[in-house]
Design a protein around this ligand. Structure first.
Ligand SMILES: [Mn+2]
Length: 202
């Protein structure tokens, strides 16, 4: 029997000063057997960046069953001749109990995994240097086994890179995301934090 694991998530974001649109875009797509989390940061900010982020988001939404490399390449083609975007994605597979990660550009990711109430083990996730739409590096996804509890945190570069120094792991995902934003938003760019937590309770 392949039941979905239980999960919770939260997103907090802050637009660059006074802008009504954000070049950051976050998707969480549930499908048969898993969930895909995508965080997009189009270069720059404001309405033009928002339009680029929307193109990228549609690409991911419309081809949910393709593998991450195929999807990232498709997105690269779709963003050709735009300003480009940093994109990181995480695919949770409930059957395999894995999370597959792929990042191009500077959308940071970290996972915290814990077993039987032990303190969570924190792993920073690799992102490949490059820019989707402009310069696509070799794509090498990483695969992680889900623990009794696994929390993924993703943050665009409007969040200071030292956000991993004090992760508020006891908070539920929405408050966790808000706390990271409150403490680490740099305010010179759009800022977005996604927190996704799943329990290995098959
Ligand atoms: Mn940014």
């Amino acid at each position: 029997m392949n039941r979905a694991l239980s999960f919770q998530w939260g997103v907090s974001s802050l637009n660059y000063r006074g802008e009504k649109d954000s070049g950051d875009k976050c998707l969480l797509i549930e499908f048969e057997g898993g969930v895909l989390a995508v965080v997009i940061d189009a270069l720059g900010h404001g309405s033009q960046a928002a339009a680029v982020a929307l193109v990228a988001a549609r690409t991911w939404e419309q081809n949910i069953h393709d593998d991450l490399i195929t999807q990232m390449r498709r997105c690269h083609a779709d963003l050709h001749a735009t300003r480009g975007a940093a994109i990181s994605v995480a695919m949770f597979d409930w059957k395999l109990k894995t999370m597959t990660w792929l990042g191009v550009g500077n959308v940071a990711g970290v996972i915290m995994r814990s077993h039987a109430g032990a303190a969570p083990h924190v792993t920073s996730l690799l992102v490949h240097a490059g820019l989707v739409g402009d310069r696509l590096p070799d794509l090498l996804p990483s695969v992680f086994t889900l623990a009794d509890a696994t929390t993924l945190v993703m943050a665009t570069d409007g969040i200071s890179r030292d956000f991993t120094d004090a992760l508020p792991s006891a908070l539920e995902p929405q408050r966790f995301a808000q706390r990271v934003l409150d403490v680490y938003a740099k305010r010179d760019d759009d800022a977005t934090v996604l927190v996704f937590r799943c329990n290995g309770d098959l």
